[in-house]
Ligand binder design. Structure first.
Ligand code: GDP
Ligand code: ADP
Length: 187
């Protein structure tokens, strides 16, 4: 049975993972599409089969060749990320709606794929300075990966109008309530 799809996209550091995790905790009707990725696991905070399926580049390439992805991308130099068809089957078969945490290009590709079954939400920070501060505070980036993310963020901002909704994530409580309202209205 086909359910619905809730797509959250944003420049890295905007808060989409925080919002998606909150929605998952509050809504048993949602199932997270676990992406495949070749990037290194963030040791203490991430696990295989929960945050991502962490694959080697060879394993990832094998899945591309076997046509197992709806969409995939080289998001940051050398690191591949992709949405597995089997994830949507798994979540919809359980009678749930699927929720995605993907980059901006991936979000637009998913919207194209799911059409009216999907609500595509662009999460935006009030400014690039705020984005930089959040990425710094998160403590996950080197100087190089931080500047890569900020460079890409400027480019990604230009796609916001192609999304169904833009959610400005300034005060977290307000954003979480707004995200919940968007899901309730869409269901
Ligand atoms: N296109 C695409 N992007 C993805 C997928 N999974 C994750 N991403 C995006 O890849 C980017 C990098 O993710 P990650 O390394 O976890 O960094 P973070 O966004 O800084 O937490 C983020 O924008 C993710 O939303 C996917 O399946 N497809
Ligand atoms: N509204 C907010 N105000 C302040 N900090 C926030 C807010 N939303 C998220 N954060 C923090 O900003 C950092 C980046 O958020 P995260 O959800 O990892 O972003 P993304 O998944 O878009 O890369 C995290 O440390 C998170 O706790």
């Amino acid at each position: 049975m086909a359910g619905k799809a809730l797509i959250f996209s944003a420049p890295s550091g905007s808060g989409k993972t925080t919002i998606v995790k909150h929605l998952l905790e509050s809504n048993p009707s949602l199932g997270f599409s676990i992406s495949a990725s070749t990037r290194d696991r963030r040791g203490r905070t991430e696990s295989h089969g929960k945050d991502y399926y962490f694959l080697t580049p060879e394993e990832f390439k094998h899945k591309i060749d076997a046509d197992e992805f709806i969409e995939w991308e080289e998001v940051y130099a050398g690191n591949f990320y992709g949405t597995l068809k089997s994830e949507i089957d798994r979540i919809w078969a359980a009678g749930k709606d699927v929720i995605f945490d993907v980059d901006v290009k991936g979000g637009l590709n998913l919207k194209k794929y799911f059409g009216d079954r999907a609500l595509a939400i662009f999460v935006k920070v009030p400014s690039i300075e705020v984005l930089k501060a959040r990425l710094n505070d998160r403590g996950t980036e080197t100087e190089e990966s931080l500047s890569r993310r900020l460079f890409k963020a400027n480019f990604e901002m230009s796609f916001q109008d192609q999304f169904d909704v833009v959610l400005v994530n300034e005060h977290l409580d307000t954003s979480l309530a707004e995200a919940q309202r968007l899901y309730d209205n869409f269901r």
